[in-house]
Design a protein around this ligand. Structure first.
Ligand code: SAM
Length: 275
């Protein structure tokens, strides 16, 4: 019989945040695949779990996946853990999970801490719909694309950021956020846990004093929604003229109106045939 692959979430700071089930699975499996074996050893020692560890990190994912799949095929049960939180969420995991599925190996998630969810739920910003962007790219063009996406998103945005890059990220966000709310969640579940609910300028003033792990939660662009609702109360002619005054070409206007009003592009085009 094939073994099972357990994806086990571990604490993001406070060691009490590990589930009874996670502890049982870590005790029962044959092998634990860990992002950083030294880090996981500390966790295992704390809970007096003694298990063989094998490293599985971003730079060996491909090769290690093959080895782990072979072990799973031979009936070994394996738990995958990352340094903190949920494996696969900005952490290694995707590769082995895909391979396990391709090989008809059962993949079982063991729920637990995930920094973004906890930052979001206590942020006070809407949890109805959200987009998790992970870390913003450093490449200029890709970063600009992500910033455009944030600028236009009507959904709540969640961003992970390394402490030493937080200042430049906040400076970039300052250019696009207008008056949208932003919350910086820091050191979640740890002694210095803090939610900073100020505007970007105020957060930036104090950024050099902010240490530890951080996440940003950004309110969706609701002004866009209001503006769009307002546009849809206009006549088609007025709607057309609004975009014309904003310098858009006929083709662009037709595309925009169709999108705003959820109409077929050809339908809108026919209305403005002689424009
Ligand atoms: N897999 C993890 C999870 O489930 O959230 C995320 C790992 S990712 C490599 C690390 C990033 O997560 C950090 O740079 C930070 O943005 C965020 N993070 C992790 N732990 C955190 C904590 N205790 N407080 C605030 N942010 C945290």
């Amino acid at each position: 019989m094939k073994g099972k692959l357990y994806i086990v979430a571990t604490p993001i700071g406070n060691l009490e945040d590990i589930s009874l089930r996670a502890l049982r699975i870590l005790k029962e499996v044959d092998l634990i695949a860990a992002e950083d074996t030294r880090q996981t050893l500390k966790l295992l020692n704390h809970f007096e779990i003694n298990k063989p560890l094998i490293s599985y990190h971003r730079h060996n994912e491909e090769i290690k996946s093959e080895i782990l799949i072979e072990k799973l095929e031979n009936g070994e049960n394996i738990a995958l853990v990352s340094d903190a939180g949920t494996p696969g969420i900005c952490d290694p995991g995707e590769e082995i999970i895909k391979k396990a599925i391709d090989n008809n190996i059962e993949v079982i998630p063991i729920p637990g801490a995930c920094a973004m969810i906890n930052a979001l739920i206590a942020s006070g910003i809407s949890t109805k719909e959200f987009t998790f962007l992970g870390f913003l790219p450093l490449n200029k063009k890709l970063r600009k694309q992500k910033l455009d996406e944030i600028e236009n998103s009507q959904k709540t945005i969640i961003i992970y950021e390394a402490p030493h890059k937080m200042e430049s990220t906040l400076k970039d966000l300052k250019e696009i956020l207008n008056k949208r709310k932003i919350v910086l969640a820091r050191e979640l579940t740890k002694i210095h846990e803090e939610f900073i609910r100020k505007d970007v300028d105020q957060i930036l003033e104090n950024i050099s004093n902010l240490k530890g792990e951080m996440i940003l939660i950004i309110e969706g662009n609701t002004s866009k929604n209001d503006n769009q609702n307002e546009l849809n109360t206009l006549t088609l002619e007025e709607h057309y003229n609004y975009y014309k005054e904003n310098g858009l070409s006929k083709k662009e206007i037709i595309k925009k109106i169709a999108k705003d009003r959820n109409l077929n592009k050809n339908e809108v085009y026919m209305q403005f045939l002689n424009k």
